[in-house]
Every structure is written in structure tokens, then in C-alpha cells.
Design a protein around this ligand. Structure first.
Ligand code: HEM
Length: 567
């Protein structure tokens, strides 16, 4: 996604880029033929850089002029023309500055980043006016500069332009996710929660990695019917998300560097290598599912659904795509569900450590309603306190604080302002989540805002509300997130079961004082979550520990008996 720029991000990245020795190590030690280039490589590199920059600056000065009668949106002055505003934006959390500017400019402002216009929306009504009412022209995505062809090669659904690849993949996602929802995700979620708790019991300090792996295993099961690829998917997801983030490769900040050879811009090589590995992984898994289907042993999965539909249609282009695109459609759904759910799940643990009073309320509800078993997806209506504690995490620390960027496909006008074709549009979720009228005391974690009548966000009946569906954190209009229900299911089961069986506390320092985690220490990625923090995870009683062990053994036996995913 085209990147938001920040002053220090650019300076830090440029300096680390200029200092890297990677180029010389990789290519210039053994091949004499390159010696001459080696000697002048920085001169050549600088010459190319200056040439490309000059062309960009000229183009920038000629485009985006408003037609008569219209004006450009207001926005902060650029400290360095063309590059964009480059001070007072924290490179590790640019969303705070963007939220501040949204407030300063009454909910919408523009900035220029490397000659490209970015429009930032921090008001839900304006976002609705543009992204929903004018969905025809506001539903595309810009290419991620560091991932060439991200919008056009029929690969990554969330990044595709508003085209037939997107329509086909979106339909596929809707089909498999709805089937999963209707079948309560085939029991995969509670099945994996038993393993998660057992592993936590054995190794309570490993909570960060276990959280990631829990999401990866469910995702791999849903995608391919087996958790075997979970580790490979977690690794790929962990490398993919920085590569599409402003804080990732330098190309996302200075897109014209994407045109340079790999020896000048080594980040291009890293992206290429990850994509090659990912393609091999995803195509290999599709072959495996096909082979398991031939043996009659393939559990239900997105991949099996694709092949079954293809067979039923006599081998035609099912969902409008070939096997190559099908591999991407499945692989991307598996990948995206790891970091999107993993971040809020870990954020829930953070909130529980910082707010023991809410941890106790969630636990009391578990004791009263669930008693002595793992939470199931079907328990949702009876657990409003748990749902409120989860939803408040997504509002308090939005996992996609800048939204996922859109690309404006035609020139537009809004309230006398000119919004040019090609502008990158961001609905800044952090700003929406801090609306003081909707969310009084917005900076504070207060799940009661979803449970008590005197809050503007309260909704009845509590058997249904609060729920994640309809929350602005999942976007809006045609590109709204299709993964909301599976998110609800995984968070409900994992958060409820873990607080029901364990106590989550801050560790004590040498003076016996609690070492509270930093509630603001989050990843710098476009879609993120808390950085690993210290947390004591203690099982509530020896009886609970015995139950967790028994549940796990049952789950292993169920798996061995072929009961899991046997649809
Ligand atoms: C807390 C969890 C999640 C959050 C906060 C979240 C948020 C978002 C947001 C903000 C968007 C962009 C919407 C827009 O442009 O208006 C999006 C798109 C998307 N999400 Fe999620 N998401 C989550 C979980 C998931 C899961 C679990 C999946 C997969 C099953 C998923 C799959 C997708 C896909 C495929 C898109 C692209 C849709 C399109 O471009 O048409 N998300 N999500």
C-alpha cells in the first residue's frame, strides 16, 4: 500500500540504505568484470537517483492542479517540497500524527508524498460519503511500491485493483468464509484452543509465539485441512506484513527506487525471494490437497472447496480463475488471518494485564456460563462481557490504525475541494476510534461503553451486541473486510478459554512492585499488535491444570480418530 511518509522514517531509512554493505558483499568480490562498476557504483547510483528524482519533481509540478472553481484540500506544509512533510511524525507510529492532522483540519486533509497526493480521512461521515456512497470510484487499491504488480497480477486479494481478479477472489473468499461460518469453522477453533492452553501450561513464558502459532494453525487447517504448514505460514506472514508497510522497504517511502536494479536496492531482492518461496509453498499445498482428495483423506478446507467446485463444473475456470490464481486466493486468506487476528489476541492479553478488574469480570462470566470446559463458537450470545472486553481492544488500540489505502479512480469533487484521480485515500481508523462524541474518555480502555445504557455505543440485545460486525476498524463499502466472523470466533474462544483457566499478571520487580507492560509499545506495521511483553501466566488451580491436560489428550484422540474437519 502506498506509504504514509514520515520525516524520520525517510532519514533513518536513507542512512541505513546508504550504509549497507550488502551490495558489495554480494556481487563485487569475485567477478572482475564488475570491478569498474564497483569502483564507480556510488557515482552511478547517485546519477541514476538524481535523474529519476528530477523527472519525478517535474511531473509533480505539472499534475494535480485543481480546475477553476475548486480548491485543493488543506494540509500541513511540506518541509521538503516533493518528498513531503518530514518532521514531527514518529516513524514507528505515524498514525498519531495523522490523527492529529485529521483533528486540526476538521476530519480531512491532504499531503504530498514523493509527488503523490495522499488524502487522510478522520471523520466517519466523510469516510461514508466517499468510500460508500461513491464506492464506484473509491474502491480500488494503489500498487504497493515494494511489491511490484501487487494490484494487477491476481495474487493478493486485499491489494488488488478494482478489477475482475478482485471480483473473482472476493467471491471465492465470501463462499469459503460463509461455509466456515455456517459450520462453526468445523470445530477447528476450540480444537486448537485446547492445544494452545496445554502448550501455555507447559511453557507459560512462550505466550507471544504460541499466540501466533494458534492463529497460524487454525488458518492452515481452514485453508488446507491440516496444521502442517502453520510454521511456514507464520514465517511468511511475518515477512509479508512489513513488506507492504510504510515502515518496511525503502521503496515504500521512495517508490521510484523500485525501478533500480537489485544491487543498488537490495530490499527488492528480499521481496522477490519471499514471493518465490511463498508461491512454491502455496502451489505445493494445493497439490497435496488434490492428492489427499484422490485418496479420500482430505479434510474440509478452502482448497478442497475449490477443487470440488472445479470438478462439479467439469474443469472450467471455477470462480473465474485457473489453478495458479486459486493457489494465491487460498494462500492469501490463510496468511492474512494470522497477523490480523494475532495482533488483537495479544492486545487482549495486554489489556487484561493492565486491567485486572476486567480480567476478573471476564473470568466471573466464564465461571457462571461456561463452568468447566473450553469456550465454543456457539457460546457467543451468552458472553457479552467477554465480547465487550474484546471489542474494546480493537477500539482502544486499532490493529489497522491507518486503514488499508484506496486509490481514487476518477477526478472527484467534495464540498468545493478537488480530489484528483490517482490520489491515495486513507480512512484513519485511529481518528475514528477517538471520536469524543461516540467514545467518551476515548484514550481509556473501558469495555463498559458497550455494556451500559448511558454510553452512546450501547446497543441491545446483549445476546447479540457488542459484536465486531459493523465496526469501522474493518473498513467500509465494497472493500470491507470479509474476515470479521472468523475473527470473532477465534477471539471469543481463545480469550474466553484462557482467562477462564489462567491468571494473567505482570511480573514483579526486585522490590516486589509490578512491572507493567508499556501499553503503547506496538509494531510499526500497517497491520499490527503489541510487541512482546513480560507476562506471568499461571493456571488457576491444579484441577484446572488437570482439565487442560485431559482436554488436550481428548483433542489428540479426536484427531487420530479422524473426527476433526471430517465434513
Ligand atoms: C481483527 C481482525 C481484522 C481486522 C481489524 C481487519 C481489518 C481490515 C481492513 C481495515 C480492511 C480494509 C477494508 C477497506 O478497505 O475498507 C480489510 C480487508 C481485508 N481483510 Fe481484514 N481484518 C481482520 C481480519 C481478517 C481476517 C481474519 C481475514 C481472513 C479470513 C481478513 C481478510 C481480509 C481481506 C481478504 C481483505 C481485503 C478485502 C478487499 O480488498 O476486498 N481480515 N481487513
Amino acid at each position: 500500500m502506498a506509504a504514509s511518509i514520515s520525516p524520520s522514517v525517510i532519514m533513518t531509512q536513507i542512512s541505513s540504505y546508504m550504509n549497507t554493505n550488502e551490495t558489495s558483499d554480494a556481487l563485487f568480490t569475485t567477478q572482475n568484470a564488475y570491478n569498474a562498476i564497483g569502483t564507480y557504483k556510488w557515482s552511478i547510483g547517485m546519477a541514476i537517483f538524481i535523474l529519476v528524482t528530477s523527472i519525478q519533481v517535474i511531473r509533480y509540478n505539472l499534475k494535480d492542479r485543481p480546475p477553476p472553481g475548486l480548491k485543493l484540500l488543506p494540509g500541513p506544509m511540506s518541509t521538503i517540497p516533493y518528498i513531503g512533510r518530514i518532521h514531527d511524525v514518529d516513524p514507528n507510529a505515524p498514525w498519531y500524527a495523522m490523527k492529529k492532522f485529521c483533528d486540526q483540519y476538521n476530519g480531512i486533509f491532504m499531503s504530498t508524498i514523493c509527488g503523490e497526493m495522499h488524502i487522510w480521512i478522520g471523520d466517519a461521515n466523510i469516510a461514508y460519503d466517499l468510500l460508500c456512497k461513491k464506492a464506484r470510484i473509491y474502491s480500488s487499491r494503489p500498487m504497493v511500491p515494494a511489491v511490484p504488480g501487487s494490484d494487477s497480477q491476481g495474487q493478493y486479494l486485499p491489494l488488488l485493483a478494482h478489477d475482475d481478479h478482485w471480483r473473482n477472489q472476493r467471491k471465492f473468499a465470501h463462499t469459503v468464509l460463509t461455509a466456515g461460518f455456517n459450520s462453526k469453522y468445523y470445530g477447528y477453533v476450540s480444537h486448537e484452543a485446547k492445544r494452545f492452553m496445554y502448550k501455555l501450561l507447559l511453557d507459560p513464558k512462550d505466550h507471544y509465539a504460541l499466540t501466533d502459532r494458534f492463529c497460524g494453525r487454525i488458518s492452515a487447517r481452514l485453508g488446507y485441512g491440516s496444521p502442517a504448514s502453520a510454521a511456514a505460514h507464520c514465517k511468511n506472514a511475518g515477512e509479508f506484513i512489513p513488506q507492504i508497510s510504510p515502515s518496511g522497504p525503502i521503496t515504500n517511502l521512495l517508490p521510484f527506487l523500485g525501478g533500480l536494479p537489485e544491487w543498488i536496492n537490495p530490499s527488492i531482492r528480499k521481496v522477490r525471494e519471499r514471493r518465490e518461496k511463498e508461491e512454491k509453498l502455496w502451489k505445493g499445498l494445493m497439490k497435496q490437497v488434490r492428492a489427499d482428495m484422490d485418496q479420500g483423506t482430505a479434510p474440509i478446507s478452502y482448497a478442497r472447496t475449490y477443487f470440488e467446485r472445479k470438478e462439479a463444473e467439469g474443469g472450467a475456470r471455477t470462480f473465474g480463475f485457473d489453478d495458479h490464481e486459486a493457489a494465491y486466493a487460498v494462500g492469501m486468506l490463510v496468511t492474512v488471518a494470522i497477523f490480523t487476528i494475532g495482533g488483537p489476541l495479544y492486545c487482549f492479553f495486554l489489556a487484561m494485564v493492565l486491567h485486572p478488574e476486567w480480567q476478573q469480570k471476564v473470568r466471573d462470566e466464564y465461571d457462571a456460563v461456561i463452568g468447566d470446559r473450553v469456550v465454543e463458537v456457539a457460546d457467543a450470545p451468552t458472553l457479552p462481557i467477554l465480547r465487550a472486553a474484546i471489542k474494546e481492544c480493537l477500539r482502544w488500540r486499532p490493529p489497522v490504525p491507518l486503514g488499508v489505502p484506496r486509490l481514487l479512480e476518477e477526478d472527484d469533487e467534495w464540498n468545493g475541494y478537488y480530489l484528483p484521480k490517482g490520489a491515495v485515500i486513507h480512512a484513519v481508523d485511529l481518528a475514528l476510534a477517538r471520536n469524543p462524541e461516540l467514545y467518551p474518555d476515548a484514550e481509556t480502555y473501558r469495555p463498559e461503553r458497550w455494556l451500559e445504557k448511558d454510553f452512546p455505543t450501547y446497543k441491545e440485545p446483549l445476546t447479540e451486541h457488542p459484536r465486531l460486525m459493523g465496526h469501522h476498524g474493518f473498513g467500509m463499502g465494497r472493500r470491507m473486510c470479509p474476515g470479521i466472523e472468523v475473527t470473532e470466533a477465534e477471539l471469543l474462544v481463545a480469550c474466553g478459554s484462557i482467562v477462564g483457566c489462567f491468571e494473567l499478571k505482570p511480573p514483579m520487580d526486585a522490590n516486589g512492585q509490578p512491572k507493567l507492560p508499556d501499553s503503547m509499545a506496538f509494531t510499526a506495521n500497517l497491520i499490527g499488535g503489541p510487541l512482546p511483553f513480560e507476562m506471568d501466566v499461571k493456571v488457576r488451580s491444579p484441577e484446572k491444570a488437570a482439565r487442560i491436560k485431559a482436554w488436550y489428550e481428548e483433542s489428540v484422540a479426536d484427531e487420530a480418530a479422524g473426527k476433526i474437519g471430517a465434513v
